[in-house]
Write a protein that binds this ligand. Structure first.
Ligand SMILES: [Cu+2]
Length: 482
């Protein structure tokens, strides 16, 4: 199927012709201040995160991306079920945007929620090329006084000469040197590289032996120097102000490339209302776990004082921080290493969330079932599906109108956040818990079953949202057949 084919246009027409909302983003080389530390990077404008794009469901988003980067780029609207030729996958749904050129992304958005924009070219997501995309509901059923958009990120670009591409080469070079350098477990693998750094690749950022109990595996393979909330380091955090007793809606987005975050707001429990833009039956939790690209919306009735919002880099022994300040108190900001007890409290995982009735998929026997095995290992860093790296010509066929079931079988020792473009699937949950998501965590040596209605014709990526894994080959394509 052609990403601009008649079936795609027909599906787009069904989404309506609401008012057009026009935005312009410029992908550019710039300097951003992380809070006492400036770095050279690529970002949308001079902002980190990029300036929020906010529309209403029913609108037509008309977003022109100007490419002022020295290389090609594209923009992906993560989680939005849009027409396929606006999905921003270079070589598949569009030609890459050349340096100096523009591309106009124009599509109807028919579902509210918390989404985000990011580059879908190479390792660019691990630079500063991301921004929140908030789609308001004209008939918003929740009542709240304020909204706090919280964007989490792991950062290495421009620090001591590091770039994401160089670190990817380190991970692959590390694989080539194995088993000599690996598996000693003494944490000394970097000797000779650390400290002074290697001018060609920057300091070695390969992380060995991290461990996350919740994820039953290593947290990740990249040792980031910094972790950020809304573009700020813990020593100079962004501060959100509210009044005691107000109800705040937090929209939390993990824009990291390689880091899962465990998130808690000191002194408060949170009520989960949405994940990946789709409503769930309200559930109270102490903390959240967000794999890369996952989003959670929560409601909090805020107390009086100054409270840390902490995002632990799960398994990586580091953290990001933002601050909630209510009332007029002069209380000073929390310490950068503050550890609210809620971080070690109850975490409600996605598989326990029950979808709101309005978005629950009806029970239906799948018309098509496919099994996709996640393969690869840390040593060779050869991530893929079914022992193959990504190939643009390989397509898993589906047909419009089918109920499709994908069984994702994780045959690796690592956890992976799997993302399907253009659809929001129901995850196999506990009992009736089948929340709708577009990105879901698959634990090592476990399987995850996802169901979706094939109602958005086109060519759609299914990939790991660990950018170092996807770029190493853990991507494949679902292709609608005409
Ligand atoms: Cu992965």
């Amino acid at each position: 199927m052609n990403p601009s084919g008649p079936e795609v246009i027909a599906a787009e027409k069904r989404r309506g012709q609401g008012p057009v909302r026009t935005f312009r983003l410029t992908a550019t080389e710039t300097t951003v201040d992380l809070g006492g530390r400036s770095v050279r990077t690529w970002a949308y404008g001079d902002d980190l995160p990029g300036r929020e794009v906010r529309i209403k469901s029913g609108d037509i988003l008309d977003l022109t991306l100007a490419n002022h980067l020295p290389t090609e780029t594209t923009l992906h609207s993560h989680g939005v079920r849009m027409r396929c030729d606006m999905d921003g996958v270079p070589g598949l749904t569009q030609y890459p945007i050349r340096p100096g050129a523009d591309f106009r992304y124009r599509f109807a958005v028919d579902h509210p929620g918390t989404y985000w924009l990011h580059s879908h070219s190479g390792m660019q997501l691990d630079r500063g090329l991301y921004a929140p995309l908030i789609v308001e509901d004209p008939r918003e059923p929740l009542s709240y006084d304020r909204e706090w958009v919280v964007v989490l990120d792991d950062w290495l670009d421009g620090v001591q000469g590091s770039t994401p591409d160089k670190v990817l080469r380190q991970l692959h070079g590390n694989a080539r040197r194995a088993p000599m350098d690996m598996g000693t477990g003494n944490g000394d693998e970097h000797s000779g590289h650390e400290g002074e750094g290697d001018r060609s690749t920057g300091p070695n950022r390969v992380l060995h032996g991290s461990h996350s109990r919740i994820l039953e595996s290593e947290g990740g393979s990249v040792d980031y120097p910094f972790y950020l909330i809304n573009g700020r380091l813990p020593g100079a955090p962004s501060v959100f102000r509210a009044r005691p007793g107000e109800r705040i809606r937090l929209r939390i987005i993990n824009a990291g490339a390689e880091t899962p975050f465990r998130v808690a707001l000191g002194g408060h429990k949170m009520t989960i209302t949405h994940t990946d833009g789709y409503p769930v039956q309200h559930t109270t939790t102490d903390a959240l776990l967000l794999g890369m690209a996952e989003r959670y919306d929560v409601l909090v009735t805020v107390k009086d004082g100054v409270f840390p919002l902490v995002a632990l880099a799960e398994g990586k022994k580091a953290r990001a921080l933002a601050v909630l300040r209510t009332g007029q108190g002069r209380k000073s900001l929390p310490q950068a290493d503050v550890h609210p007890k809620e971080l070690d409290g109850r975490i409600v995982p996605a598989r326990r969330l029950v979808p709101d009735d309005s978005v629950a998929l009806c029970h239906r026997k799948p018309d098509r079932e496919m099994r996709v095995t996640l393969t690869g290992n840390m040593r060779q860093f050869n991530w893929g599906f079914d022992h193959h790296p990504y190939s643009i010509t390989q397509r898993h066929p589906v047909r419009e109108g089918e109920r499709v079931r994908i069984t994702l079988i994780n045959a690796t020792n690592m956890w992976h956040p799997l993302h399907l473009h253009g659809h929001t699937f129901a995850v196999s949950g506990i009992d009736s818990a089948r929340a709708r998501k577009d990105t879901a965590i698959v634990h090592p040596h476990r399987k995850l079953v996802v169901d979706f209605n094939a109602d958005n014709p086109g060519l759609w990526m299914l990939h790991c949202h660990n950018q170092y894994h996807s770029e190493s080959g853990m991507m494949t394509i679902l292709g609608y057949r005409t």
